[in-house]
Design a protein around this ligand. Structure first.
Ligand code: NAP
Length: 487
């Protein structure tokens, strides 16, 4: 049985209750984990508070060195972590390896930034006085993580939190705790300093509490000793997180759902755009916040584009992510597959035409997993569920347009505003899209790259605040205004 990790120790829950983690490809049990509750979180908070007293005093350079070392330890264990991730999440081994690569890159990025945090010196009207802005760590942070990218989305919280001198408690999704536990154990082994002066990470700097959102997550939200919450997940739960954090006057960032438009102009590199539409929608079995969820094609290229995309989908091997032949694994849980099926059926009932997929794959090997074929549809009414809601699975509606203005209007007709892309070689088109797209991120001739170097986040119902980039550090630091009078 896997264990939680609190205060430097692998532990069970106070109740000794456990829950099973199932493989979405086979239905088999992968392992069991402790089912933690509010009491387990309180223990983790006490451990993280004790660690904060030490960790916040470690020099920024050494904090960076520890994060760097954590990245090395994870890299060395990539094969084992990738297997765990594929078994509990369903993604292919290739996708799991990529996720671990991104996790390590993110930790290294914040390792480098740890010693670059600056305050400021401020001249004041009074001649014998000056002001300063000192930027300090906040304290104990809570990171609440979804199941689609359990490791990278944990790292986007843990990296900046630790670099800034905070300590952290991670709450993974109930269905994907295993690879995260392994990674947290490795991070806890990280050291800093040279030779004999080498020191381990203070116990309690990183913690993981497994268990349901309704108890473990809620305690992180409600307990006043947790000073900051970084949440990634669905928009409905995000609304709840913000309400509770508002009552507790707690700092919060929300990375929520998306319905990203991809606009392809006739003046683009169409062949490349076809390939990227495939990656953009069907990578990770379509379970990406920043996946392409609405495809807009200029009329003159639409038929060829669709034909080429269907050819790619015909060749896509759906199956267990552990097999090297598999290009798309199962949907993560049964309820999620059912939601995608209902969204597709709603579009069909309203006149939508299935160009590929639109059903489960047939064959005994698919019986016990949550498989669904990559799906492409046209003639989908714009007010259908497939277009209006976030579709968190491998189904894509495609639309045509005459002018860029028309495409931008349709692209912006969504409650979401996470990512967006425009494919064109015309700088005027690109600049107009950059200006007008209502989204936290615009990619020109590129797709859904959550670069560590750039801020990432959403507008409208897609979230509040930013992860990635030096910008993310701001959410883990408290600016303190200081006045010094020379007397
Ligand atoms: P979810 O149901 O909102 O769950 C996310 C996390 O919140 C899980 O750890 C969940 O725990 C926890 N949780 C549930 N109820 C809670 C509560 N009352 N208090 C505190 N925490 C609670 O989302 P999901 O289905 O795992 O993930 C898919 C969603 O995440 C999609 O909408 C996707 O777009 C979004 N997402 C956004 C980004 C981004 O960067 N914008 C990135 C990835 C995913 P349990 O598992 O125990 O329920």
């Amino acid at each position: 049985m896997a264990k939680m990790f609190i205060g430097g120790e692998s532990v069970g829950s106070v109740t000794n209750n456990t829950s099973e983690v199932r493989n979405p490809a086979t239905g088999a049990t992968v392992d069991t984990v402790p089912q933690g509750n509010d009491k387990d979180v309180q223990q983790a908070i006490s451990a993280a508070e004790d660690a904060f007293k030490v960790w916040s005093d470690v020099s920024p350079e050494d904090r960076g060195n520890a994060l760097m070392n954590a990245g090395e330890l994870i890299k060395k264990n990539t094969a084992e972590i990738a297997q765990l991730l594929t078994q509990e999440q369903g993604k292919t081994l290739f996708e799991a390896g990529l996720e671990i690569h991104h996790l390590v890159h993110g930790l290294e990025f914040y390792a480098g930034l740890a010693s670059k945090v600056r305050g400021s010196h401020v001249p004041l009207p009074q001649k014998n006085a000056y002001g300063m802005v000192v930027r300090q760590p906040i304290g104990v942070c809570g990171g609440i993580v979804p199941w689609n990218f359990p490791l990278t989305l944990m790292g986007t919280k843990l990296g900046p939190a630790l670099a800034a001198g905070n300590t952290i408690i991670i709450k993974p999704a109930s269905t994907t705790p295993l690879a995260t536990i392994k990674v947290i154990e490795l991070i806890a082994q990280a050291t800093f300093g040279e030779g004999k002066a080498q020191k381990p990470l203070p116990k309690g700097t990183v913690n993981i509490v497994t268990g349901p959102g309704g108890s473990v997550g809620e305690e992180l939200l409600r307990n006043p000793r947790v000073r900051r919450i970084a949440f990634t997940g669905s928009t409905p739960i995000g609304r709840h997180v913000m309400e509770v954090a508002g009552r507790e006057i707690k700092r919060v960032t929300l990375e929520l759902g998306g319905s990203d438009p991809m606009i392809v102009m006739e003046d683009s590199n169409v062949d490349l755009a076809v390939k990227m539409a495939d990656v953009g929608r069907y990578f990770n079995c379509g379970q990406m916040c920043l996946g392409v969820k609405r495809l807009f094609l200029q009329e003159s290229i639409a038929d060829n584009f669709i034909g080429a995309l269907v050819e790619i989908l015909k060749k896509k091997t759906v199956g267990n992510g552990m097999s090297k032949e598999t290009r798309m694994g199962p949907i993560h849980v049964g309820a999620q597959r059912q939601e995608v099926e209902e969204q597709v059926e709603d579009a069909k009932a309203r006149g939508g035409k299935v160009l590929f997929g639109g059903e489960r794959p047939k064959g005994a090997e698919f019986d016990n997993g949550f498989y669904y074929l990559p799906t492409l549809m046209t003639n989908v009414p714009e007010d259908s569920r497939l277009t209006k809601e976030e579709v968190f699975g491998p189904a894509l509606p495609v639309y045509t347009f005459k002018t860029l203005d028309e495409a931008l209007e349709k692209a912006n007709a969504s409650e979401f505003g996470l990512g967006s892309s425009i494919w064109t070689r015309n700088l005027l088109h690109a600049n107009k899209a950059i200006d007008k797209l209502q989204a936290g991120n615009v990619w020109v001739n590129s797709l859904h790259y959550g670069y560590d170097e750039l801020p990432f986040g959403g507008v409208k119902s897609s979230g509040v605040g930013r992860e990635h980039g030096p910008e993310a550090l701001d959410y883990y630091l408290e600016p303190k205004g200081v006045v010094v009078v020379n007397i």
